[in-house]
Design a protein around this ligand. Structure first.
Ligand code: FCB
Length: 459
């Protein structure tokens, strides 16, 4: 990708000389997920997922958008990977669509599997580190029809899927993440219904979470046996809570916010127990836990993936919970999310203090949506450039404070299907014109490519 002189000379992305980002062994990558980019939902034996069903249900996704075509990456992956190369990143995080690779009887679908084998082989040819997520929310509909994450049998089905893919890709994957953001699958999927499958029951949410985490633990054991040379981990979304006033009640509300968003997932993984405060927030929602479950869930991790986006300001609801009070006059993104880089640094430092068994961390997602437009062939995404720069600086300061962070993936490589918000919210460093499927490097992408070129030249 040719970089024009004006862009290069005003390079606002370049980090300070003492930043970890200059280190060749700090991995900078880009991330995507299957349902958000692939399209081709009926091709080569792919079966329906809960997101096909959910997005086809009127009122669930903004403007009635679906992932049926998305970025058509299923057909355009080769040229998309050329763009990835032009970005000069060290790694790529992708996810596998479970309904593409396995049928209801547990039989492998060769065409679907071969698609991912081609992707991974090409990434390796390009010298990129390959991070594969097994589950980024596109559950086969046939499993949801049997209760989805509410049916304990799914633990066995997920282990079977992990077994299949780790045999097929043995020796080819640098890092496996079992699940992307189990909090979203459990809470948004089964608790408030904002995501597929759209159920709304607090008790379901905690039970779904338990089965998600148990499936993760079983899958890690399978991955370890089948593909010993790779890293095994999980990706958790984390949120920063702040108290609306200095009152003890509001401080407690902010604490409960972080229990609900962070400790609900991280405590079972890293302390083998659920935070009891969660059940103060949601009385009577304790999941059914069988003997041995917490041991399985707490199986040691080689890495923890952290996805961070924003901070939420809360006050006490006067009883046992919290209510959001949006801060006025703060910088926000197209999602309405507050831009708060210090939250990332503070959470990382806090996790490092509170979890003695914290494994090395990769920031597996960070980024922002903006209403980007192509004007005269260019996309000037100033806010994203500044966002990335500030969040990378936050990661650098966490590292300097002693947190073992090994890499950072930008969400996302390209604009894509943003779940309940459809195509309106653009998170990519590459712009996608959904009419023509034309891709355009945004200015952020140009500057990242430029910085990495310089970093590589120095090393
Ligand atoms: C995360 C998801 C990812 C993307 C970003 C914006 O919660 O993991 O797929 O949609 O949010």
């Amino acid at each position: 990708m040719a970089l024009d002189a004006a862009v290069v000379s005003s390079d606002p992305f370049s980090p300070p000389a003492d930043s970890t980002l200059w280190r060749r062994d700090f991995l900078l990558g880009a991330a995507t997920a299957s349902y958000q980019i692939e399209g081709a939902v009926n091709e080569d034996g792919r079966l329906p997922s809960i997101w096909d069903t959910f997005s086809a249900t009127p009122g669930k996704v903004l403007a009635g958008d679906t992932g049926a075509l998305a970025c058509d990456h299923y057909h355009r992956w080769e040229s998309d990977f050329d763009l990835l190369s032009a970005l000069n990143v060290d790694g790529y995080r992708l996810s596998i669509a479970w309904p593409r690779v396995m049928d209801e009887a547990g039989r492998p679908n060769r065409k679907g599997i071969d698609f991912y084998k081609r992707l991974v082989a090409r990434l390796r040819e390009k010298g990129l580190k390959v991070f594969v997520t097994l589950y980024h929310w596109d559950l086969p509909q046939y499993l949801e029809d049997r209760g989805g994450w509410l049916n304990r049998d799914i633990v066995y089905r997920f282990a079977q899927y992990a077994d299949l893919m780790s045999r097929e890709l043995e020796g080819q994957v640098d890092a496996w993440a079992t699940l992307n953001e189990p909090w979203c699958s459990a809470f948004l999927g089964y608790g408030n219904g904002h995501h597929a499958p759209g159920l709304t029951n607090g008790r379901y949410a905690t039970q779904a979470m338990h089965h998600l985490l148990l499936a993760h633990g079983r899958a890690v054991e399978v991955l370890r046996a089948n593909d010993p040379g790779s890293l095994k981990g999980i990706v958790a979304n984390v949120g920063k809570g702040s108290a609306n006033t200095g009152s003890a009640a509001d401080a407690h509300a902010a604490h409960l916010f972080e229990v609900q968003h962070n400790a609900w997932v991280l405590d079972p993984l890293l302390k083998k127990s659920y935070p009891q405060d969660l059940f103060e927030l949601w009385p009577g929602t304790e999941p059914l836990v069988l003997e041995g479950d917490m041991e399985t869930i707490g199986t040691p991790l080689d890495f923890l993936g952290i996805n961070y986006y924003f901070r939420t300001n809360v006050k006490s609801d006067g009883a046992h919970g919290f209510t959001e009070v949006p801060l006025q006059g703060v910088e926000r993104t197209q999602m309405g999310w507050e831009v708060y880089p210090d939250g990332l640094r503070d959470l990382l430092i806090g996790f490092n203090e509170s979890y003695p068994s914290l494994p090395p961390i990769y920031i597996t997602e960070n980024g922002m949506a903006s209403d980007d437009k192509v004007i005269d062939g260019r996309v000037n995404d100033e806010q994203r450039i500044s966002f990335l720069k500030r969040h990378l600086a936050a990661v650098d300061s966490a590292i300097k404070a002693g947190v073992d962070v090994r890499g950072y993936f930008i969400w996302s490589l390209m604009d894509n299907f943003e779940w309940a918000y459809g195509y309106e919210r653009r998170f990519g460093v590459i712009h996608v014109d959904y009419e023509t499927q034309e891709r355009t490097f945004k200015r952020s992408a140009e500057l990242i490519a430029k910085f990495l070129e310089e970093r590589n030249a120095r090393a």
